[in-house]
Design a protein around this ligand. Structure first.
Ligand code: ADP
Length: 626
């Protein structure tokens, strides 16, 4: 409002000034250019206040001219031409001036607005920059920025405090001086290639701290772009992860030690187990033993199997956590695997007086699977169904084809599973009922292992239950093998039949530093008609192999002095040792252990405690002498 009043005042003032000038310079100008000076007043008014003050000046000029013309005794020539043409020309030219002046006035105003906006934006940018730097200097991370030429342009206070150098020394490529010499090339390579590709990057490297210690840091960076999407460099952060790294390493060490411990424990337990197993076998083979002794033998055998299975689970646990579980896949018929697993669980099922109700698929269904591992999975499900149900109650086993999958369901009417535990029971060591409150509790690793094995086969496994005391159902899905349906008689039968040549007699050398194991094994083999000699160290084994000339050597691997590996190598180096069938009998059952024995020249690798039936089969399959 105030500016309009000022503009009108300027318009009237300009007209007044023109009139005064006209009178003052009247004699000089005579009658020439009667209107031109008034145009000047209009132009000044438009410039100062826009078209409205221009119109005011034009109207005021018109009034002044007409007034002077009407004044009859004017000493000066009239300002205005006398004709109405002059009047019209005055109005027309004034309007043109007003139009043009208004345009200029607007342009000027727009420019002024723009300049004001730029000033404001600059102030805001300065403010935001100040805020960012204060924030960056108080943040608990190191922050850096670089320009589009990969040169560092800024580091926050934390960075400078960490390296203990002033900003000037860090700028450009200065920061690279503190990189660990072993990490420098890799770090610069990641940095440069990320820059060239305009990609975010993340890397770990060692950076020298102000006290000279190299610390592991995690550095991240992202590209920066201007308002018009033009690349303008990188900004990023860096944190000290030295403590984290140390913790990670100590966890890895602890994990490795745990694995070593598990492996050693199971090895150490296997030796005495092997001796016990062999001894029981010797007792069993006696023709005349009384009923009580036979019963005791059976109890020991049953418990041995249980402990052996727990040991196997413990070892599998460490294999799974290191992705070392290897499958030996072949085309197997699922019904045969189910039968095999049922037989393995038979004892527990019978003990708890359960009934097995089988609903097989009408056609034989084949899967590409490791039959032993798959049987282990199903056996765990059957054992659980038997363990977690009060007998007598039925355990239903169903298998069928659904789309391209074989689905095996194991359903019981036992203690059931609470809804919140349905998924958790597949976690390692997870038990919905603590083992110590269960007479037949386990380690809580069976389901976790089973699911892992099923997933390795490309399948899935889940549990269903309507809640506690409502029974449970476990559903295993496996991809069908291509050309998966066939006749049942095509299925590979479980090979329990005696091997051909079961009655072959061989000369066998038994080598084990555990005398109990060696002697008990010798007794079993002798009872089966083989000619057996036992020795208790590697050196004696080499000598006996030369003099006794065995067809088969059953040799422990880990022995003090000359190990089984070395003994085997030295026997193989001899001409007479080339054709001996050497079997490793060891507590070490990992894939790497097998590799080691095969490389040393062993023909077979059996893990203690070996089922005597398996051992007999291995020996009897060996061709008869002569
Ligand atoms: P374990 O049986 O050795 O404890 P698993 O991994 O085989 O270990 O099973 C984990 C837990 O899942 C068991 O402790 C039990 O609480 C629950 N569970 C497994 N199977 C059943 C079942 N059929 N009915 C009820 N609970 C079950």
């Amino acid at each position: 409002m105030r500016s309009i009043v000022v503009a009108y005042a300027v318009a009237l003032g300009a007209v007044a000034a023109v009139v005064v000038c006209r009178f003052v310079f009247g004699p000089l100008l005579a009658n020439t250019l009667p209107l031109v000076t008034l145009f000047g007043a209009v132009a000044v008014a438009v410039w100062a206040g826009g078209y409205r003050s221009g119109l005011v000046a034009m109207a005021a000029g018109l009034l002044v001219c007409v007034g002077i013309c009407l004044w009859p005794h004017s000493p000066n020539p009239p300002l205005l031409g006398r004709s109405s043409f002059d009047l019209a020309a005055y109005l027309f030219i004034s309007l043109l001036i007003i139009g043009f002046g208004e345009h200029l006035h607007r342009v000027r105003r727009r420019m002024a607005d723009k300049n004001r906006e730029i000033d404001l934006a600059l102030k805001r940018a300065e403010e935001s920059e100040r805020r960012f730097r204060r924030l960056a200097d108080t943040a608990p991370v190191m922050i850096w920025a670089s320009d589009e030429d990969k040169l560092a342009t800024w580091f926050n206070k934390q960075w400078l405090d960490f390296v203990g150098r002033p900003l000037e020394q860090e700028l450009g490529n200065g920061w690279t001086e503190n990189l660990h010499p072993e990490d420098s090339d890799r770090c610069l390579q990641v940095y440069t290639s990320a820059f060239d590709a305009r990609m975010p990057f993340s890397m770990e490297y060692r950076l020298k701290r102000h006290d000279g210690e190299y610390r592991w840091v995690l550095k991240k960076g992202i590209p920066l772009y201007g308002p018009h999407d033009e690349f303008s460099g990188y900004i990023g952060s860096c944190i000290d992860i030295g403590d984290h790294k140390r913790l990670e390493q100590s966890l890895r060490d602890a994990d490795r030690r745990k694995d070593e411990f598990l492996a050693t424990l199971s090895h150490e337990l296997r030796n005495p187990l092997a001796a016990i197993r062999n001894s029981v076998e010797v007792i069993k083979r006696k023709d005349h033993i009384d009923g009580d002794l036979r019963k005791v033998g059976e109890i020991i055998e049953r418990q041995l199997k249980h402990v052996s299975r727990l040991l196997e689970d413990l070892l599998d646990l460490s294999r799974v956590s290191h992705n070392k579980l290897v499958l030996r896949k072949e085309r197997v018929e699922i019904g045969a695997v189910v039968q095999d697993a049922v037989e393995r669980s038979r004892e527990l099922i019978d003990k708890n007086i359960h009934d097995i109700v089988m609903a097989p698929s009408p056609a034989a269904l084949f899967v590409d699977a490791d039959a032993v591992r798959l049987s282990q999975v199903l056996c765990n499900l059957f054992d659980n169904a038997a363990k977690y149900s009060e007998g007598p109650s039925p355990i239903e086993i169903r298998w069928e084809q659904q789309d391209q999958e074989v689905v095996v369901c194991v359903k019981d009417q036992g203690i059931g599973i609470a809804p919140e535990m349905l998924d958790r029971i597949f976690e390692m060591f997870s038990q919905s009922v603590p083992a110590r409150t269960q007479s037949q509790g386990g380690l809580g690793i069976g389901l976790s292992l089973s699911r892992h094995i099923v997933q390795l086969h490309g399948g899935s496994m889940r549990a269903k239950s309507d809640g506690p005391a409502k029974g449970s159902e476990f559903i295993v899905r496996l991809p069908l093998a291509s050309n998966a349906i066939g006749r049942r008689d095509e299925a590979i039968p479980a090979d329990d039949s005696p091997a051909p040549g079961q009655n072959r007699r061989h000369r066998v050398l038994v080598v084990d530093d555990s005398r109990d194991s060696a002697d008990s094994l010798t007794m079993i083999l002798s009872a089966s008609g083989h000619e057996v000699r036992a020795v208790y160290d590697g050196e004696a084994a080499i000598q006996a192999a030369g003099t006794f000339a065995p067809a088969i050597i059953l040799m422990d691997v880990g022995m003090p002095g000359v190990s089984g590996i070395e003994a085997c190598r030295r026997i193989r180096a001899e001409q007479w040792g080339k054709n001996i069938h050497i079997v490793a009998l060891t507590g070490w059952g990992q894939t790497t252990d097998r590799q080691r024995t095969f490389e040393a020249g062993f023909n077979d690798h059996l893990v203690k405690p070996v089922d005597p039936a398996v051992l007999m089969k291995v020996i009897s399959e060996f061709p008869a002498p002569g």
